[in-house]
Design a protein around this ligand. Structure first.
Ligand code: NAD
Length: 315
């Protein structure tokens, strides 16, 4: 297992030891590389056996900078693991019916195994309609109500890529979860809620007691202080400060926010939901941003795509 251990001098925030704490950096580059290596081996064997490569269709509407970056990265990662990808682009003023027709056509295409629509979508388009238009057998983002329902009932399904990626990360770094108290901040359908379901499920990296928090949760700080595992998925840069974190907690930072910074080359910096510099000396393990959960999200998507392919080709 390729885990990087970082020794850090204890900060003044740490009351219980005067020498060094070992903090495990949950490095998404290392964990996602391991997942991708395994996927590449599988696709190579499939292709050597004379079958076609798995095929993912990604739909991108408009030219939102962050969405462009995410989709470009998904396409590049597909290539790296032997998955064919097709990018279908629409202008931001596309009609909802046009988009739904494109999804119907991809649903009907036996050569397409997985379909994703990059969110968010422009206002004239109902995201819910679009999510529900995707054939659940090709729902590699795991957002369809059918996939979500199966997840709740513990049935095999596509797990939304970000929570799936986090579970893969916990597995890669052999993080014990059983019996722990996990606190998830955020209850979205794509991150917080499925994450809370997975962590509470009877899975190897589940069996936690889970508290799910949201924008109406009073005493958030007190709840976070009880967390053995804290998942921050609220989209507020550096919201989680050192005084919200228990000694030795495992910190999973899902947040990705572009914060303006004229000194940065691109004019912005990517910030997580956790103040890494403050919190990392107190944590036993922590994901960096960037380079943490984001990379695992892609790994989760690729795994779902291969699964969709195998189901489609009945192999
Ligand atoms: P969302 O806006 O849909 O949901 C945010 C959730 O946080 C809501 O449930 C809300 O109730 C809660 N929340 C907001 N403010 C809060 C507060 N002050 N206290 C407690 N709860 C609060 O966001 P999302 O789609 O779940 O994404 C969350 C973050 O994760 C964003 O920064 C997003 O960019 C990032 N994200 C990252 C990845 C990745 O691959 N790393 C994937 C998806 C989303």
């Amino acid at each position: 297992m390729g885990c990087l251990q970082v020794s850090q001098k204890k900060s003044s925030h740490k009351p219980n030891s005067d020498i060094f704490a070992i903090m495990l950096l949950l490095d998404g580059k290392i964990a996602s590389a391991a997942v991708k290596k395994d996927l590449l081996q599988q696709t190579q064997l499939i292709i050597q056996s004379g079958k076609r490569a798995p095929h993912l269709a990604a739909i991108l509407v408009g030219n939102n900078g962050a969405s462009e970056t995410y989709v470009a990265s998904k396409v590049k990662n597909c290539e790296e693991v032997g998955v064919t990808s097709t990018l279908v682009r629409f202008d931001s003023d596309v009609a909802e019916t046009t988009l739904l027709e494109a999804i119907a056509s991809l649903n009907a295409d036996p050569g397409i195994d997985g379909i994703l629509v990059q969110l968010p979508l422009p206002k004239q388009i109902s995201e819910q309609k679009v999510i529900e238009a995707i054939d659940p057998r090709k729902d590699v983002d795991g957002f369809h109500p059918s996939s979500a329902g199966k997840l709740v009932q513990g049935l095999p399904t596509f797990i939304p890529a970000t929570p799936y990626g986090i579970m893969l990360m916990l597995e890669h770094f052999n993080i014990e979860t059983k019996g722990k108290h996990a606190v998830v901040i955020g209850r979205s359908n794509i991150v917080g809620r499925p994450m809370s379901i997975l962590l509470s499920s009877n899975l190897k990296r589940g069996n936690c007691t889970v508290t799910i928090c949201h924008s109406h949760t009073p005493n958030l700080k007190d709840i976070c202080l009880q967390a053995d595992i804290l998942v921050a998925a609220l989209g507020k840069p550096e919201f989680v400060k050192v005084d919200m974190v228990k000694d030795g907690a495992i910190i999973i930072d899902v947040g990705i926010t572009r914060v303006d910074d004229p000194t940065a080359k691109k004019g912005f910096r990517i910030k997580g939901d956790v103040s890494f510099s403050e919190v990392s000396p107190k944590a036993s393990a922590i994901t960096p941003v960037p380079g943490g959960v984001g990379l695992m999200t892609i790994a989760g998507l690729l795994k779902n795509t291969l699964q969709a392919y195998k189901t489609n080709l009945k192999i």
